[in-house]
Design a protein around this ligand. Structure first.
Ligand code: GDP
Ligand code: ZN
Length: 293
């Protein structure tokens, strides 16, 4: 039988199937091959006890997407949350996270939260810049549940992972979507398992049959250090088309003369501040690469 892993605590996996939910363990052979099932995996299971709803995972289907931290497979969309205040907008982080989404090949949307707390002009500008690039930008006030319906629509038919600095309102948004304290529940179940030394539970919450939100306790943003500095521009969506105008093959788009991307920026086709953040992120990746050797 085929199923989807929706929760993992220690070595137990909850698998959703057409016949309902099964509590499963992984076959030993996975460990030998150094593959461990993760939440989001589509798996083949064999039922070992129909009454107790127990089963064994026989096979993991090929992953479309795999993220190491938090361990998640087959997400299709990253929802990046920025807040107006406490913490204030961090566009450097936003651009990193958008690049990460492009890098792993999933859709990204942007949520501007805490619209009740100032920064109206700044949010207007952010919305304009990123809409122009082609990203969906949704304004929310998670506390008053404003914008939640629009967000829900944007999540539809996706396996969604939320990302964003601590305190921006990810948990509040997720709770708002489900209209109850989901992330709180997670905390409670963790406490009950105290003493067993379980790792934090990653879980997919179902909105409808085709729509999920991954809850990843303690997680804030994706680490992008596996992106190579020379490839970074490809993950700045609007940069790509201008790279063909670069004079030099292997142009880094930083210091070179006659760079198509810099030219596009000078002509106002690429947002200057975004180009500057690109340069900073590029340097950060480059420094990391040099430290490796
Ligand atoms: P997370 O760390 O991203 O999960 O952020 P939380 O959901 O825990 O929210 C951090 C704090 O911001 C909490 O005190 C929330 O009540 C508050 N918060 C979340 N959304 C909003 C909002 O839209 N407006 C205001 N004023 N506060 C919010
Ligand atoms: Zn260039």
């Amino acid at each position: 039988m085929q199923g989807l892993i929706i929760e993992n605590i220690s070595n137990l996996y909850q698998v959703k199937t057409e016949e309902g939910l099964y509590e499963t363990t992984a076959r030993g052979k996975f460990k030998k091959d150094e593959i461990t099932p993760v939440v989001g995996d589509k798996v083949e299971i064999t039922v070992t006890d129909e009454i107790q709803k127990k089963a064994v995972i026989e096979e993991i289907y090929e992953r479309q997407v795999y993220i190491k931290r938090p361990k998640l497979a087959n997400i299709t969309q990253i929802v990046f949350v920025v807040s107006s205040k406490d913490p204030k907008p961090d566009l450097y982080m936003l651009d990193k996270q958008l690049a990460f989404a492009e890098y792993i090949g999933v859709n990204a949307i942007i949520v501007l939260n805490k619209t009740d707390l100032d920064q109206k002009e700044e949010f207007k500008n952010i919305k304009q810049v990123y809409s122009k690039i082609g990203y969906t930008v949704i304004l929310t006030d998670a506390k008053q549940r404003k914008g939640i319906e629009e967000l829900k629509q944007a999540l539809k038919n996706n396996v969604n992972a939320f990302s964003g600095n601590s305190g921006v309102g990810k948990s509040t948004l997720i709770n708002g979507i489900f209209n109850k304290d989901i992330t709180q529940e997670g905390e409670i179940s963790k406490k009950n398992k105290r003493g067993k030394n379980t790792t934090t539970a990653i879980k997919l919450y179902e909105i409808d049959d085709n729509t999920y939100i991954a809850d990843t306790p303690g997680f804030s943003t994706f680490d992008i250090s596996e992106i190579e500095s020379k490839d970074l521009y490809q993950y700045f969506k609007e940069f790509n088309t201008y790279a063909e105008n670069c004079e030099f093959i292997g142009c880094t788009h930083i210091k070179e003369e006659n760079c198509g991307i810099k030219q596009a920026m000078q002509e106002g086709k690429i947002d200057t501040a975004r180009y500057e953040r690109f340069g900073k992120i590029y340097n950060e990746l480059k420094e990391k690469e040099e430290r490796k050797w």
